[in-house]
Write a protein that binds this ligand. Sequence first.
Ligand code: PAP
Length: 329
Amino acid sequence: MAEKELPMLLRDDNLSEETKKLISSLPTDKDAQGKLCKYQGCWYYYNTLQAVINFQENFQPQDTDIILASFPKAGTTWLKALSVALLERSKHDHDDPLNHPLLSDNPHGIVPFLEFDMYLKGSTPDQTKFPLSSPRLFSTHMPLHTIKENLKDSPCKIVYLCRNAKDALISRWFYRCKYQNKDAARSILESMFESFCSGVGFYGPIWDHALSYWKGSLENPKNVLFMRYEELKTEPSAQLKRLAEFLGCPFTEEEEENGLVEKILELCSLDNLSGLEVNKTGKTWTNVDYKSYFRKGEVGDWKNYLTPEMETKIDMIIDEKLKGSGLTF
Ligand code: PAP
């Protein structure tokens, strides 16, 4: 089957002279998808680095901004849906939610990524694609230390969703193969596994990524909430309430009695979202099928694909990297 053209974020054709100069001073590498460089401890494809720089040079926070952060494939789509549903709930009757934005658009079409949707093409975001409501909701895969300077002195809120590294890897393998119209071949997984363990990969290393937000949440719990995909699966109501409180829109007793917590969880469930027409047929403006953001949504699916040797290797690396931090995943 024919491969699609590489998406813009993986390419290297949108670089300013300053960024080219910067890249020449950075550690560089490449993987099967493109050239990577390590900036502020995190690996980016070159055009994505340009977007990160555009963000750093231009983004001005507003006090009420909310930023949903995650490592790729940690459950960003779910977190976006839940946050939109929480913030929109005053505007929509959940017994008759026909005009709810989540029913007519994918969460990625509602909550823009700072680096892909806002700053990939240039320094001034085209806001017509993403009319932002108040509070403004953004998402990012950048680590905390890379966005922190822009948010300095801002009371805006950041939610980080952490996911088991092995599940994030398997999810990314399927996503990448689907995107490239390839079968999920073992050889691709094996090469992605090696890069993942060496830390050289898009937004890697995963341990430094998670640690940046873990430390941020300990230092500044009012502004940084650390959540886990696995906890959202095992105790969804408690975690949704935790998110609502952090975002400053806790459930009222009446809402709880009316079953609103459960209604939001049902609205945002993988089964419900993936079954919507928009998510079966729609695409992002960068031409990614919305359906590729939904797969199994299970905890521990890695067990079906990684060998015991792979498991031991990745666990040992992550244990070693997180040692003493209080974080495990
Ligand atoms: P992104 O990084 O490209 O934005 P992201 O949404 O973080 O992708 O990750 C996709 C994963 O979240 C998929 O996991 P899987 O491959 O292990 O199945 C996807 O199935 C899962 N996911 C998407 N929506 C939901 C949801 N509503 N509930 C639970 N999991 C979900």
